[in-house]
Design a protein around this ligand. Structure first.
Ligand code: 5GP
Length: 124
């Protein structure tokens, strides 16, 4: 059994802290980011915190990575216009703050320019 602190995303999975959950199955959960950087900003997250970043996930469970990608597309179609940006921050200097692999799904633009506020996504 792990003795490390649960990640904030594990606390959301366990309903210890609230989130606006938009999708859930056996292995994944998706919810709205608490600090949205686009009209639609979802996080698609494996329930397990086994993998800290996308490269580790690709090596350890490529099917789960594929499921994140297809779920992101489905959610962008359901909640926006089906066009989206998918971001996996990997490492502190790239903007990662939660070391439990997750995909940012960004979609929609109030200005129609297709640009998002990326100031908290690691690239200002
Ligand atoms: P990262 O910076 O690691 O790529 O992304 C972590 C994301 O998790 C950030 O965009 C941040 O706003 C979001 N986040 C952090 N804590 C919470 C929380 O308690 N609830 C929700 N819904 N999102 C969170």
């Amino acid at each position: 059994m792990s003795t490390t602190e649960p990640t904030v995303f594990e606390l959301i999975v366990a309903r210890t802290i609230p989130a606006e959950i938009v999708f859930e199955n056996e292995r994944l959960i998706a919810f709205r980011d608490i600090a949205p950087k686009a009209p639609l900003h979802l996080l698609v997250v494996p329930k397990s915190s086994e993998y800290t970043n996308v490269a580790a996930l690709a090596e350890g469970d490529p099917y789960l990575l594929a499921e994140i990608v297809t779920t992101a597309a489905e959610l962008a179609a359901e909640h926006s216009n089906g066009e989206y940006r998918l971001i996996f921050n990997s490492g502190e200097s790239a903007g990662q703050t939660v070391f439990h692999v997750h995909a940012h799904v960004l979609s929609g633009s109030s200005h129609g320019s297709g640009t998002f506020d990326e100031s908290s996504l690691g690239f200002e």
